[in-house]
Design a protein around this ligand. Structure first.
Ligand SMILES: O=C(O)CCC(=O)C(=O)O
Ligand SMILES: [Fe+2]
Length: 341
């Protein structure tokens, strides 16, 4: 932390003299408006050694493993998941270029939303990240409305979404079988609706900052490509647990809607992103959501006299609008290619 404003100005003027560019994160000390109050700070960045998120090989349709991880952690990592390395690498390169091209260009709010770090504030404190979000459903209509810089963006992100959709269908089938639901139950009501890309630059003091605030996802499931970088933490038994960075794996977590449909059998768990000093974290997050007009309620086969419904029914669209579930521009995101902006 800077002890005086003067220290801060001198430090940053010196960096400019040295000829470094002046992106917001090119600082030697964390500026005051990025320092969270004590209660939010991720002071101990090491996990308890005994805990780790399950890593599951999808090759042999491991229904019980997926089901148990969804109950115990609400999170798991998958290997041999069928999303090609090329699709993952190409998509991640496009994202990296996007954040390089668009830095400093101001927020763009049309059919996609680019939010700079400074635009994110919790009680006046900024998150250590930049973010891009856009709708993905219906895919063919959405593609031409996505960013066109870099020029590969639309093509490679579309290819990535198609592969992620296939993976989400496999995971849903396994979860349905584990729960005792019709295998198509979740497939029929879901869409890969929103893509969010994040850029968390290296930070001079990760104990003071956050990349994302603790939250639960408003999705059915979320599939996260973290490109082998650490930073994600999951709450387990009252402690923050680091999620390992395994090359070519994907992280899957149970969203609030699936917790409701499962009548509380599966857990939607709180998570957050911490920063680190040495490497940038870039992530591609796909929110697999219920179709906006679907009714979310505990599945009838999971409800009985001995297990009454633990949640009331609602329309997903109403939940999203009421909670502004995808941030300030939720309407643009939920209404996808149909929205005028
Ligand atoms: O970027 C990450 O690692 C996590 C992002 C996340 O939790 C979300 O988009 O819901
Ligand atoms: Fe999340």
């Amino acid at each position: 932390m800077y002890s005086t404003l003067c220290d801060y100005l001198v430090e940053n003027m010196e960096m400019k003299k040295e000829g470094k560019d002046s992106r917001w994160f090119d600082v030697k000390l964390v500026p005051n408006d990025y320092i969270f109050p004590q209660i939010y700070r991720p002071e101990n960045l090491d996990s308890p050694l005994s805990l780790s998120i399950p890593v599951i090989d999808l090759q042999n349709t491991p229904i019980q493993e997926i089901f148990k991880a969804s109950q115990d952690f609400g999170f798991f990592q998958v290997m041999n998941h069928g999303v090609s390395k090329k699709a993952m690498d190409d998509a991640m390169s496009a994202i990296e270029e996007f954040f390089n091209i668009h830095e400093g260009s101001g927020s763009v709010r049309k059919n996609w939303i680019y939010t700079k770090s400074i635009d994110y504030a919790k009680d006046g404190v900024h998150l250590w990240r930049e973010n891009l979000k856009h709708p993905c459903y219906p895919l063919e209509k959405c593609i031409p409305r996505w960013p066109n810089k870099p020029s590969t963006y639309q093509e490679v992100i579309a290819a990535y979404i198609v592969e992620i959709r296939k993976l989400s269908l496999r995971i849903f089938e396994m979860i349905c079988k584990g729960l005792g639901l019709d295998p198509e139950y979740l497939n029929d009501m879901s869409e890969v609706q929103i893509l969010a890309a994040n850029f968390y630059p290296p930070c001079p003091d990760p104990s003071l900052t956050l990349g994302s605030l603790p939250h639960r996802d408003p999705s059915l499931i979320t599939i996260l490509n973290q490109a082998g970088a650490t930073g994600l933490q999951v709450m387990k038994d009252g402690e923050w647990v680091n999620v390992g960075a395994i090359p070519n794996s994907l992280v899957v977590n149970i969203g609030c809607q699936l917790e409701i449909i499962s009548n509380g059998k599966l857990k939607s768990v709180e998570h957050r992103v911490v920063t680190n000093m040495h490497e940038a974290r870039r992530t591609l997050v796909t929110h697999v959501n219920p179709s906006p007009d679907s009714i979310i309620e505990p599945a009838s086969v999971l409800v009985s006299e001995s297990e009454p419904p633990r949640f009331k029914a609602f329309r997903y669209r109403d939940f999203v609008e009421r909670n502004r579930a995808f941030g300030d521009y939720t309407n643009v995101l939920q209404n996808g290619a149909g929205s005028e902006s």
